[in-house]
Design a protein around this ligand. Structure first.
Ligand code: CU
Length: 317
């Protein structure tokens, strides 16, 4: 077993079996199973409920993590109790949009395989019609494809890792026309909640990202907005390195703000001062998004929880 992630009611089961092939030597087949779930989720720290469509019962769906060269053996189960068709579109896959990414009706299961040929970070989402509504209601997530070389001088091992997936919240879940025209959205979601990790702007927020002073913190950020780009800036800091699309070969240095296109994913490294505790606020610097929920606090303190940002704790729920 390489990686097993449980999320509440669960849903993504990732089992690994060796494939008997010559090269690359350590390539594996990684089985990924997700359930399309039309279910209620809590979209803020006050517990406000929303009729979402999800992969596995949460916004975003489960983190999928494989290695460059691995084969992903995917199945999407659409239970007969659902009302709508759903599909899966991995941006890490090179396949046929009409075949692999075709929808499964309620009661059907869709299966396909793909090879993870490029390292990096990629959005995944449901592509069933109307696609803007399936994304707006929560059917998106991240797939991380770790480079086959592992860590290098160019791509150093981080001390902590976090996943941040930003979405646009449209309170009227049935108005797909408004979603397409970008009308009526009221808030930004970070990992499925408004001000999810921001106790400064929301006293009900109980979570923040944590690291120790001087640690290299690696953020995997996905722009899952329906229509809006996102200007990602770490207030009171500078991105030490930005890996465009998360590919170690695409490094740029000393970046204040990285503009993330709709559907783009990026890897952002930050290193805080080692000699004092500090805080950063990772924002979408478009104020209409920041003030509506797209602010994430990173606390750099000597007593940072040693489990945060490690192993399965890279997407705190
Ligand atoms: Cu869907």
């Amino acid at each position: 077993m390489q990686y097993l992630k449980r999320t509440g009611v669960l849903t993504a089961l990732l089992a690994t079996t060796m494939v008997f092939s010559a090269a690359p030597a350590l390539a594996k087949t990684v089985k990924v199973t997700m359930h399309a779930m039309e279910t209620t989720v809590k979209i803020d720290n006050q517990g406000t409920e929303y009729p979402a469509w999800t992969f596995g019962g949460h916004i975003p769906g489960p983190v999928v993590r494989v290695k460059e060269g691995d084969t992903v053996d995917f199945e999407l189960i659409n239970p007969a109790t659902n009302k709508f068709s759903h599909s899966m579109d991995f941006h890490a896959a090179i396949v046929d949009v009409l075949k692999e990414f075709a929808p499964a009706a309620p009661g059907e299961t869709k299966r396909f395989k793909f090879d993870a040929k490029y390292p990096g970070v990629f959005m995944y989402h449901c592509g069933a019609t109307p696609m803007h509504q399936h994304i707006a209601r929560g059917m998106y997530g991240i797939i991380i494809v770790d480079p086959k070389e592992g860590y290098t001088k160019q791509y150093p091992k981080p001390d902590r890792e976090y996943v941040l997936v930003q979405g646009q919240f449209f309170p009227n879940a049935d108005d797909d026309h408004a979603m397409m025209e970008n009308m009526g959205w009221t808030n930004s979601l970070i990992n499925g909640k408004i001000f999810h990790y921001d106790p400064v702007h929301d006293p009900d927020a109980t979570l923040a990202l944590a690291a120790k002073p001087g640690e290299r913190v690696r953020i995997f950020y996905v722009n899952a907005n329906v229509n809006l780009p996102a200007a990602i800036h770490p207030i009171a800091g500078i991105w030490d390195r930005v890996y465009i699309n998360g590919n170690p070969r695409n490094a740029i240095y000393g970046v204040a703000t990285y503009n993330l296109a709709v559907s783009e994913a990026v890897t952002l490294d930050i290193v805080s001062p080692a000699d004092r505790p500090t805080n950063n606020a990772i924002v979408d610097h478009a104020m209409s998004a920041a003030m509506r929920g797209a602010i994430t606090v990173l606390m750099n303190t000597a007593d940072a929880d040693p489990k945060m940002g490690k192993g399965d704790n890279i997407l705190p729920r």
